[in-house]
Design a protein around this ligand. Structure first.
Ligand code: AMP
Ligand code: ZN
Length: 680
């Protein structure tokens, strides 16, 4: 193994004065940038990889201690000249971080054990947890942790040394003076994972799919403080390189490490094929009880010198195999079916089960998807079904074991408002489309008050929910009647005390003056979002005029297709919707387009623009407004349909994309020449 470390290091690092000063920090930035460039340009480097690693580590340590020093030039913030989001410069592994050949049956395990034994009758085997996390290698030099690296493609990974310092399982110092390289698995406990997701849910943020993904994301955070909060852990499962007494016999090495305080992976030394299978079964039977996920058991030849003879190819660690357990499944009875209406009107069907334990959690709910699924699996109350966890996380119903008396039929009315439900053509989902259904009401009102629509920030979703629950809102038009209940609302304190209630009522009043395009957006007509609404209202003098439009009139507007046109016509001919519009008009909500003819033009009519970078004469929002004022459309991404990309300073990937697709690119000046200048 290539463990040569320069002993008489004459590195640039040593030539220059050391010490934790700002001067030293600035030097390091320059040096690392220089060697980094050499490396990326494929030039011979002035220093060894090891010396480079040391400079890098010193730089990172200084940045961790003095975040106030970090400047935009630092190589930790960019790679190859581009700003990079993740931590980590790439590092070439000294010992490749290989995969393990998988087997899926116990017969294959036995066969492999026999093969090894036929060559080496004294071979022993270590049977271990295959912890489901991500692989990391730690390099120790003179007893100090020098580098922590992720696996990457097995040959080149990322430097995560700084983040490794906030993982308590990782020893920063170890009582071994020789070079030592350890490999292990970084993981997150199920409990910490669930806690994280609960917090995310409370904050209304995205949930992580599984502990492994979350651990990987956490390790590659730019900010070690974030990594620290995620409470990562680590088990060491291999000595990659080091003194013989650590290397020769695998489990002896692990035992020595354990005595030095290293957290080593669960392992059992086995002499016979029976013992190997017994341990595999034992691990499999209790795998739900561990505090972390495992995705198999690894079997390794104990005597490392024998390993090279048993290889499955250059991708795989020699002398290793991984047995993958079949997904855990259990039978249980379906005791009830629960229907719920999501805020989009979609009806969800959930089976309630007699509770079972699966992969470490209690399972009592399983999705029944839709009527097709229910029929196919013969799902009904009283039946028994085989349940498993798909992707080891989400409970799923696999098949019927004992049939129910009757197969469940999803009712064809909404469980909340009892109006008939619809199944859209070609779709399996069933929906409640009653615009006044209380289940969808909060959502439609929140949409009406949202920024792109009537923009009434003061009236947030929580208040809307309260007002719906207390019977004050039955449609979005009702918000304009709230002022009639001012005293009552204040008395009940539903939307705050006097001051807050008045603030909200004022904001609602003010919204009456909005441009009718905002009102049109707020109506929530299918396919009519903010920019389509704007385009439409350029062609009609009022919502009133729009309500009279026919499909043919509407399709004449760029951006409006047949489907959108039909949604609009349907909307204005629906009696319930009509009544709501009448109500809005009676309340004095503005439906007329203000004529600002002198101020608008159609110079950019029919053209789509995408904006990227920063501009010297105005902000992006102003450029957007200018495009729209001149009849153009703004899109957030570049496609073949984009007419122009307006590129300012530091334009990024959108500019590359434009060049790639051959989309015309305009500079700020070129763009301004096309449009009416904004008034000074
Ligand atoms: P795979 O990538 O599926 O071929 O599996 C190999 C991975 O299993 C390695 O990269 C390790 O990260 C992981 N692993 C987890 N536990 C162990 C263990 N006890 N021994 C070896 N590898 C392990
Ligand atoms: Zn309903």
């Amino acid at each position: 193994m290539n463990s040569a470390i320069p002993e008489n290091s004459t590195a640039a690092a040593q030539e220059i004065h050391t010490g934790k000063t700002f001067e030293r920090y600035k030097e390091l930035v320059v040096l690392v940038n220089k060697y980094n460039t050499q490396y990326h340009e494929g030039n011979a480097s002035d220093i060894s990889d090891y010396e480079f690693d040391m400079l890098n580590k010193e730089l990172r340590e200084l940045e961790a201690e003095h975040p106030e020093w970090v400047n935009p030039e630092t190589p930790t913030q960019k790679v190859g000249g581009k700003v990079k989001r993740e931590v980590g410069m790439t590092v070439t592994h000294r010992v490749p971080m290989l995969s393990i050949q998988d087997v899926f049956t116990q017969e294959e395990v036995v066969e492999w054990v026999r093969k090894v034994k036929s060559v080496h009758p004294d071979a022993l085997f270590s049977v271990e947890h295959k912890v489901d996390g991500l692989s990391m290698t730690l390099r120790y030099e003179n007893g100090k942790l020098m580098l922590a690296e992720t696996r990457g493609d097995g040959f080149v990974g990322e430097d995560v040394t700084l983040n490794s310092t906030v993982i308590p399982d990782i020893l920063q110092e170890i009582d071994v003076q020789d070079y030592l390289e350890l490999r292990g698995e970084v993981y997150m406990s199920r409990a910490d994972f669930e806690k994280y997701n609960e917090e995310q849910e409370e904050l209304g943020k995205k949930l992580a799919a599984n502990p492994r993904n979350l651990a990987a994301g956490s390790l590659r955070q730019l900010d070690p403080e974030v990594t620290k909060r995620r409470r990562l852990k680590m088990f060491v499962f291999n000595v990659q390189d080091g003194p013989d007494e650590f290397m020769n016999n695998h489990t002896k090495g692990l035992a020595r490490l354990a005595s030095l305080g290293v957290h080593v992976v669960h392992h059992k030394l086995c002499a016979t094929e029976e013992e190997v299978i017994e341990e595999i079964d034992k691990i499999g039977n209790s795998r739900g009880d561990y505090e972390y996920d495992i995705d198999g058991a690894v079997v390794k030849v104990e005597q490392t010198t024998y390993r090279a003879e048993f290889t499955a190819g250059s991708k795989y660690s020699a002398g290793h195999i991984a047995y993958k357990y079949p997904p855990e499944e259990k039978e249980t009875e379906l005791i009830d079916v629960e229907l719920a209406v999501g805020r989009t009107g979609k009806i969800t069907v959930t089976g309630i089960l007699k509770p079972i334990r699966l992969c470490g959690t209690t399972v009592q709910r399983v999705t029944l998807h839709n009527q097709d699924f229910i029929n196919e699996k013969q799902v009904g109350i009283g039946g028994t079904y085989l349940i498993y966890k798909s992707g080891e996380i989400i409970p799923a119903l696999k098949e019927m074991v004992k049939p129910p008396q009757t197969v469940y039929k999803i009712p064809d009315v909404c469980p909340v408002c009892s109006q008939p439900t619809v199944r859209e053509e070609g779709m399996v989902a069933i929906k409640c489309v009653n615009p006044l259904c209380p289940a969808t009401l909060v959502r439609s009102i929140s949409f009406f008050t949202s920024r792109d629509a009537m923009d009434i920030k003061a009236l947030g979703e929580t208040y809307i929910q309260t007002l719906v629950d207390n019977g004050y809102l039955h449609s979005y038009a009702d918000i304009y009647h709230l002022k009639d209940y001012r005293d009552e609302l204040i008395e009940k304190g539903l939307i705050g005390k006097e001051k807050n209630t008045d603030k909200i009522l004022q904001a609602i009043e003010k919204s009456k003056e909005n441009d009718p395009a905002k009102l049109l957006t707020g109506l929530g007509i299918n396919n009519v979002g903010k920019s389509t609404a704007k385009a439409i209202m350029r062609h009609y003098s009022s919502i009133f005029a729009l309500a009279e439009a026919m499909v043919e009139d509407l399709t004449g507007i760029p951006d409006v297709g047949e489907i959108t046109a039909k949604s609009i016509v349907d909307f204005f001919s629906d009696p319930t919707d009509k009544a709501v519009i009448d109500d809005l008009i009676k309340s004095g909500v503005n439906i007329k387009v203000r004529t600002e003819a002198s101020n608008t033009s159609n110079a950019l009519g029919g053209k789509t623009f995408c904006i990227t970078g920063t501009f010297s004469s105005m902000g992006r929002k102003e450029i957007e407004a200018l495009i729209e004022k001149n009849g153009g459309k703004v899109s957030s991404s570049v496609s073949k349909k984009t007419s122009f990309v307006v590129a300012g300073e530091e334009a990024g990937s959108k500019l590359d994309k434009a060049n790639e697709l051959g989309v015309a690119v305009l500079t700020e000046e070129e763009f301004l020449a096309l449009v009416q200048k904004p008034e000074a």
